[in-house]
Ligand binder design. Sequence first.
Ligand SMILES: *Cc1c(COP(=O)(O)O)cnc(C)c1O
Length: 437
Amino acid sequence: MTVLTETAAQPWPSTTVFGPHGEATVAGASLMEIANRFGTPAYVIDETAVRDRCRAYRAALPQAEIAYAAKAFWCRAMASWIRAEGLSLDVCSAGELTVALSAGFPVERIIFHGNAKTPRELAIAVNEGVGRIVVDNIAEISRLAALVPLGYRQKVLIRVIPDVGAGAYAAIRTGGEDQQFGLSIATGAAGEAVARVLGQPRLELTGLHCHLGSQISSPEPYETAVRVMVQQMARIRDTSGVALPELDLGGGHGIAYLDGEHGLSLERFAQRVGGALLESAAGLGLPAPRLIVEPGRAISGPAGVTLYRVISVKKGLTRTYVAVDGGMSDSPRHSLYGAPYQVRMIGRESRAGTRGFHVVGHHCEAGDVLVEDASLPADIHPGDVIVMAATGAYHHSMASTYNLTGRPPVVAVGKGGARLVVRREGPEDLMRRDVGL
Ligand SMILES: *Cc1c(COP(=O)(O)O)cnc(C)c1O
């Protein structure tokens, strides 16, 4: 038996055990039993791995505020775990906020994001008492101030573009100029937003925010961003006499998707970013602001796997396709970014050796590919079960109902065994929205 540890450069949940005859357990729960009991495709999320990641963050950054980014993976069970671990929370829609509130998440620990929050979303956030709202455009400053009742002050952060490019794919690089997030320092928009917020008596500016991008595996871009952001905070101090108490560095911390791949080292991140923060603040005579970090993928990603059943194996001219009962609707990252994944057959032993297969889904697009050139047993056949690693972030949350296929269930594993936390979406759920003629 191989026991896989979180520190190893591998993508499976830290509690995963693979046996010699196709046995596979996560947190002690058999994946084959889950596939048989709940059906496939199914998302499996390991509560112990989620909680371990939360604790690792709190231990590595004891002075910082850790705000989990709900958009990576969100449901009421997850909200309970994040709340119990003492983390704060990022939401970026009224929907994510609703889930948080329904799970009793403390509203003062919630940060509300979005480059185009609707007036309705702003009103809900203010009325519910959301702790901080991140201003991302000039128009929402007066809109927001008008929603705050007399005698109250709404805490806000301002999202600034630090012009630091980082992130694994162009679509998820959000820290540079000329993309839709944040206010540019270069054009003067960031300075204007600061002046306007400071001029609103019903808004309280607590700090600056930036988010560089996603799936970043080196601490260097964060270190650069800290220096840029602290410089901006010193300029605000110089021009308006206000030393802002918070610096939110966003999320984007990378994880391993493949064997041998390393995610962002939390220890190195804490050391480099903490050092740069203290040094640059001291150099500018600024009290060091409290750091906020917003990991999403790095909390839930390594804790999840997806189970699929093989429907057909088809030989093409140069490739052989293994088609499964899910696809781009439940696993969109390969079709969006060409992201690589690792899969493994479970449930039986094979002595046939391995060969390369294209693992594809059941949707009506040639781009519905889950894994290119996956190494699987040469005798893989319909009915076999395969498990995909590192699917705990941006799978369930980005799932669609393309081809009117319902979204898979989420099965949580942990101390209490396997239990359903989000049920499978059936035709009756999909039909409920279709009001007909
Ligand atoms: C998406 C996002 C995050 C989380 O990103 P990860 O890559 O999942 O860590 C954090 N903050 C903001 C503002 C985001 O948009």
